[in-house]
Design a protein around this ligand. Sequence first.
Ligand SMILES: [Zn+2]
Length: 380
Amino acid sequence: MSNMLSFHSISPAKVLRGDKAWEKGKNLIPLISHRPILIGRSKATSKIREQIKIGLSRLGLKVISAELNHDCCEVDINRIQKLLINTNCDAVIAAGGGKVLDAGKLLANRLSLPCITIPTSAATCAGWTALSNIYSPDGAFIRDETLEACPSLLIFDHGFVRQAPPRTLASGIGDALAKWYEASATNTSSKDGLVQQALQMARVLRDQLFIDGLEAFQNPNSEAWVRVAEGCALTAGLIGGIGGSNCRTAAAHALHNGLTQLEFSDKSLHGEIVSFGILVQLHLEETIGNNQLASQARKQLIEFLQLLNLPTNLNDLRLDKIINQRLEEVCRFACKDESDIHKLPFNVNTDMLLEALKYSRKQEGLIDFRESIRGAKHLD
Ligand SMILES: [Zn+2]
């Protein structure tokens, strides 16, 4: 095992983080590009994109703008790729949430152009990683694509990220927590030093999220917010970079990918679905993997997720009315041969996953969690 060849894209070439990171960071962009395409999506972040465009125009850059209509999907990518080629752009700037960042990275990768990421929320670590998730125009997960490299420049401007709804931070916490639960479950006996060290980082990050998460969620002007937002958007990506492909996802993300196949009337965020996925994974570890600690870990995690308004059962995902046949399709997708669910140290099939999902229909036992969270150390 230890002699296997491992390929790592560990981090962006440059990372600038802080309160006015954009004001400083924009001066680095003319060193990379003279004619960037700036891509984004939501109305909520259009002011930020306008600020970026004006700032770069003042530096003498010709900026072309393009808007995505969907999640990171081939339809949008192909359309913007044509625009990019027709307008002779020489770099991609992606300013937005995880799916915008994934689309920008993918586009730049396909044309071998540099990519600059500017996250406008801490909901994922997509601004950091050399990986893009590709969805259908309806938001159903199709596959992920490994990219040649991490972005050339990541600008993590606290002012930009602070304006995002608290819900996105909670979602980022759920996604970052998954690093520990998924990587530790799949690497219990890894002899690889880099994997072991990445796991320790994931554990430290988990503890920090347990300790600071609630304060960060409630107060975006706190120091805790900075630690948590950077943990979710930066450190989580670094862990994947150091640990490599063996240190990424397992059942929580596999179930997320399956659940996106459903038509949500009110779609949940990536990290929200992943949070629920962690609980289902822990249930599998307990009932199929015979891991007694998983049951305790699950109860403690439920308390924490509820504090952050994250989903802990199908009702919370507004999927309580879903029929079992549809759930079975979700499970079949999550258990496809190439799925990371098979990285778990025990065998999981569609029926087993379906059982675990049915279990999660039941309302979790109510615990007076709001009292105990301050002493978050017990969550270890
Ligand atoms: Zn994720």
